[in-house]
Design a protein around this ligand. Structure first.
Ligand SMILES: *Cc1c(COP(=O)(O)O)cnc(C)c1O
Length: 377
C-alpha cells in the first residue's frame, strides 16, 4: 500500500489578478459555483442552460442557435472551431500577429488542412489591406482566421473589416475572441462572424475552464455537409448539440461541468445587468486612468494608441530592471499578479490586465502604487 498523504485543505490567499487571465472573479460568481450540484439532465438545470444560451447570445450579440459553452478552456473553443469546420484539402488564411495566431496555424495543420500564414509585426494589428491582397492572390482559400484581441501583445484588430472581406471573398471567418468578449465592442451578427470562441476567465471574470462558442447558419451548413466525421469525438458539435439543444429530449453526451456552468450563468447575468456597452465603456475609462499613471511613472506602451486593447496593457520593461524580480516582489509584497511577456516579448514587456471585475479604480491605484514602490527600490 502507498501510505495516505496527509495535507491541510488548500487555502489560496486573495490575490489581485492583473495579468492576461485568469482575472479577478466576481464574488457572486464564486458563490454561485458553491451551490448544490444538480444532475446534468435535471429539468431545473436544463432550464438554467436555456437561460445561459440566451445570455451568451446577448454577450456575443447573435441570434445563432448554435451558441453554447464548450466544457473546457479557450484552447478547446479554438479547437472546436477548427475541427468542426475543416477537412483535409481545405485552405485557410491565418493572420499571425502574436502567440495565438500561431496556435491557429497549428490547429489548421493538425486538421490536415493547409495554412497560408500572413505575418504582421508583434504589437501591430492585422492589416485588412494585406489580407485582401492575399485573398485575391489565393482563390483556393475558403476560411479566414484571425485573433480579435491578441493577448500576447495587447493589439486589437478590426474584426468588422476582416469579416467583411471574408464574406466578399466567399470565406468563412474564424475569430478568436477569448480576450475581447465583454471588454471591447464585438457584434457577431452585425459583423458577419461565422465561428467564434472565447474564454470564461478573461473579461467575463468567471472561473477558468469554459469556452463560449457560436456558429453562424453558414458555418452550421458547412458542418452538415462534411464528407467525413469530425476527428474529435468530444468536440464534435453534431453530438454536443444533442445535449445542449435536444428540444425537450436532451441526450447524454458528456457530464456537463454543472457548477462551473452556474458560475458562467452568474457572470453573464452580471454582464447583462451592467449592460454590454457600459462594460465596454468601463474598460475604456479604466484603461485611460491606468495609462495616465503608467506614463507618469515613465513607462511606455508596446502598442500604438490607435490599436491598443483597454483590457491588456503591454508596457516595455525599463532598461536595467530585473523582470522576474519585480513580478515576484509584486506578488509577495502586494499580492498583485501582473503578466510576463510572451513569445517575442518575453523578458521585454509586462502585460497588465484590466479585465471584467478587475477593471476597477482600486486595482489601478494599487497597481500604480506597487509598481512605483518596487521600481524605486
Ligand atoms: C487565453 C487565450 C487563449 C487560450 O485560452 P485558454 O483558456 O488559456 O485555453 C486563446 N486565445 C487568446 C487570444 C487568449 O488570450
Amino acid at each position: 500500500m502507498i501510505p495516505a498523504p496527509e495535507f491541510a485543505s488548500f487555502s489560496p490567499p486573495r490575490r489581485i489578478l492583473m495579468g492576461p487571465g485568469p482575472s479577478d472573479v466576481y464574488p457572486e460568481v464564486l458563490a454561485a459555483q458553491a451551490k448544490p450540484t444538480l444532475g446534468h439532465l435535471d429539468p431545473l438545470f436544463i432550464g438554467m442552460m436555456d437561460e445561459l444560451r440566451s445570455l451568451l447570445q446577448y454577450a456575443f450579440q447573435t441570434e445563432n442557435p448554435m451558441t453554447l459553452a464548450v466544457s473546457a478552456p479557450g484552447s478547446a473553443g479554438m479547437e472546436t472551431c477548427f475541427v468542426n469546420l475543416l477537412e483535409p484539402g481545405d485552405t485557410v488564411l491565418v493572420c499571425r500577429n502574436g502567440v495565438f495566431g500561431e496556435r491557429m496555424r497549428q490547429n489548421v495543420e493538425r486538421c490536415g488542412a493547409t495554412a497560408i500564414v500572413l505575418d504582421f509585426p508583434w504589437g501591430e494589428p492585422v492589416d485588412p489591406a494585406k489580407v485582401e491582397a492575399a485573398l485575391q492572390q489565393h482563390p483556393e482559400v475558403h476560411f479566414l482566421a484571425f485573433v480579435h484581441a491578441e493577448t500576447s501583445t495587447g493589439a486589437l484588430s478590426d474584426a468588422q473589416a476582416l469579416c467583411t472581406l471574408a464574406q466578399r471573398y466567399d470565406c468563412l471567418s474564424i475569430v478568436d475572441a477569448v480576450t475581447s468578449l465583454g471588454g471591447v465592442e464585438l457584434l457577431v451578427d452585425a459583423w458577419g462572424i461565422d465561428a467564434i470562441y472565447s474564454g470564461s476567465q478573461k473579461c467575463l471574470s468567471c472561473v477558468p475552464g469554459l469556452s463560449p462558442v457560436s456558429f453562424s447558419p453558414r458555418a452550421v451548413a458547412r458542418m452538415q455537409n462534411r464528407s467525413r466525421p469530425v476527428q474529435s469525438w468530444f468536440l464534435d458539435q453534431s453530438l454536443v448539440m444533442g445535449y445542449w439543444s435536444g428540444e425537450g429530449k436532451r441526450s447524454y453526451h458528456h457530464t456537463a461541468p454543472v457548477n462551473a456552468l452556474y458560475a458562467l450563468h452568474e457572470s453573464l447575468r452580471l454582464l447583462a445587468k451592467e449592460g454590454l456597452e457600459q462594460a465596454w465603456q468601463r474598460h475604456a475609462v479604466m484603461h485611460q486612468e491606468l495609462k495616465a499613471g503608467l506614463e507618469a511613472l515613465g513607462l511606455s506602451f508596446v502598442v500604438d494608441e490607435a490599436h491598443r486593447l483597454p483590457q491588456l496593457n503591454s508596457i516595455w520593461i525599463p532598461a536595467g530592471v530585473n523582470d522576474a524580480e519585480v513580478r515576484s516582489r509584486l506578488l509577495q509584497d502586494y499580492n498583485l499578479e501582473i503578466g510576463a511577456g510572451l513569445g517575442d516579448l518575453a523578458g521585454k514587456a509586462w502585460r497588465i490586465g484590466l479585465m471584467g471585475y478587475g477593471a476597477k479604480r482600486e486595482n489601478i491605484v494599487l497597481c500604480l502604487k506597487a509598481l512605483e514602490q518596487v521600481l524605486t527600490r
